[in-house]
Write a protein that binds this ligand. Structure first.
Ligand code: NDP
Ligand code: BG6
Length: 464
């Protein structure tokens, strides 16, 4: 792109802008020579100089900060968007990035349309919407309709940054480019699937967003279900975006709405004392649940997913446990059974490992767990790109491969809505200690549901 694009970030004073968008943009500018002017927009009273300072600190890029601008506006009041409109006059490319809490998305899109900042069918005007898109199925549907009124589908980018992680994209490569895996990827040979998205950090200063949202809407509805769709979908016709979306839609359609009786919620000790959290908040910071997939490939396979803040450590991984081989006797003694595990580590220490049973070296025939590991970072000399670098360069180029479609998002809400409604209507989350793996009830949930136990590589013999 020769001329500078204008990237308008609504909610630019917030956590996402500071920790993800601006640092990634800084790297794109210095490494790839991307030409962008950042315009921060929001309710905060800031001078342009203040905002430039923030951009400089977050992006460590002088070029980006030197041209940055700040516009104060009210997300719900179209007349306050007039100075922004004026600033964008004559711009060759404008990207509106909604990096605010989801309850503001509808107001902002409405102001863009009423104030005539969005131009339908003009591919040089794009809108980027963060997850979670909506608060439930009804609000997501309404927002999708509203977006479609103001923009053509090619102008809309619905972000789920997990889809832009290289290791998530690699799930498709693993499954569909290796004849070793495809034959075992079904109910006949897979015993259970476990997904963990654990974070060590608490909610920090994000109570304004998080206390309205909670773990299910923040992580399960989007990141986890997208990951699970890639793990369980049928082979797409090609790897092109539209075919992958089709395959994911079919996978999501086969997932049953979550039954609250097979789910566990938790809240970390000290959450109620976090700045901005309601004193009597019942918001969950941890959620674990069984997901059932009613189709030919997965019928009856126990699938469990969990996520939480303030847990033992940061780790996102998928553990696939294959059905046990028969254990044989030697000298009258039954050999130790060692389940085969395929572990897809999304982060950190990105990679794939396979845990098998091997004979311990020596004169006795004795089985021990042993591992084989692909270290993803070793496949390239360059540093692995941050997901937001991938997302932003795709938006700047107008590509759609790393973004979920409107229907996938609505299907995901159908899956979690009954659970969220039930939790909001009654009961309390169980509290769990900071630095633990969450409520014990989540262990019972997996054991009772035929999933065995939660497994995280590193803690498991034979895994790295
Ligand atoms: P923040 O709580 O930091 O909010 C961002 C900005 O939005 C604030 O600085 C504030 O700006 C404005 N804002 C906050 N609360 C409200 C409110 N109740 N009503 C109106 N405006 C408000 O959130 P994040 O930056 O963490 O998240 C923003 C979006 O990005 C969310 O949709 C989230 O799901 C998504 N996201 C966040 C990630 C992260 O790591 N933080 C990662 C991936 C996605 P001002 O006061 O100036 O208007
Ligand atoms: C965001 C959530 O979508 O993902 C945050 O809103 C969470 O709560 C973040 O911390 C985690 O992203 P990553 O890429 O660090 O795993």
């Amino acid at each position: 792109m020769a001329e500078a694009a204008d990237l308008v970030i609504f909610g630019a004073s917030g956590d996402l802008a500071r920790r993800k968008i601006l640092p990634s943009l800084g790297r794109l500018v210095s490494r790839d020579g991307v030409s962008v002017r950042v315009i921060g927009a929001g309710r905060s009273q800031k001078s342009t100089a203040d905002f430039r300072e923030m951009v400089k600190e977050a992006s460590t890029n002088q070029r980006l900060s030197a041209t940055a601008e700040w516009v104060q506006l009210d997300y719900a009041e179209p007349s306050t968007f007039a100075p922004l409109k004026e600033m964008l006059t004559g711009s060759p490319c404008v990207i509106f990035y909604l990096a605010t809490p989801p309850e503001t998305f509808s107001e902002i899109v409405s102001c863009l349309a009423v104030g005539e900042l969005s131009t339908k069918a003009d591919a040089s005007r794009r809108v980027v919407v963060e997850k979670p898109l909506g608060h439930d199925l009804a609000s997501a549907h309404k927002l999708n309709r509203q977006l479609a009124e103001a923009f053509e589908e090619e102008q809309i980018f619905r972000i789920d940054h997990y889809l832009a992680k290289d290791t998530v994209q690699n799930v498709m490569a693993l499954r569909f480019s290796n004849s070793l895996f495809e034959p075992v990827w079904n109910r006949t040979l897979i015993e259970t699937i476990l997904i963990t998205v654990a974070e060590e950090e608490g909610i920090g200063k994000r109570a304004g967003y998080y206390d309205e949202t909670g773990a299910v809407r923040d992580i399960i509805q989007n990141h986890v279900l997208q990951l699970l769709a890639l793990i369980t979908m049928e082979p797409p016709t090609t790897f092109d975006a539209e075919y992958v979306r089709r395959a994911k839609r079919a996978a999501l359609r086969a997932m049953s709405p979550i039954d609250p009786a097979t789910a566990v919620r938790g809240q970390y000790e000290g959450y109620l004392e976090e700045e901005g959290v309601a004193a009597d908040s019942r918001r969950e910071t941890y959620a674990a649940m069984r997901v059932s997939i009613d189709n030919w490939r997965w019928d009856g396979v126990p699938i469990f997913v969990r996520t939480g803040k303030a847990l033992t450590r940061r780790v996102t991984e998928v553990v696939i446990r294959l059905r046990d081989a028969p254990t044989l006797r030697i000298g009258g003694r039954r050999q130790r059974g060692i389940p085969t595990l395929i572990v897809i580590r999304i982060q950190p220490d990105e990679g794939i490992s396979i845990r098998i049973g091997a004979k311990r070296p020596g004169t006795r025939f004795e089985m021990v767990p042993a591992g084989m590991r692909l270290d993803y970072a070793r496949l390239t000399k360059a540093a692995l790109p941050d997901a937001y670098e991938n997302v932003l360069s795709e938006v700047l180029a107008g590509g759609h491969s790393a973004f979920p479609g409107a229907e996938e998002i609505e299907l995901s809400w159908e899956i979690v809505d009954p659970l969220v409604r039930s939790w909001e209507a009654e009961g309390h989350p169980e509290s769990y200690p900071v630095g633990s793996w969450g409520p014990h009830a989540a262990d019972d949930l997996v054991a009772a549901g035929g999933g065995g136990r939660w497994i995280v590589s590193g803690d498991e013999p034979g895994t790295a």
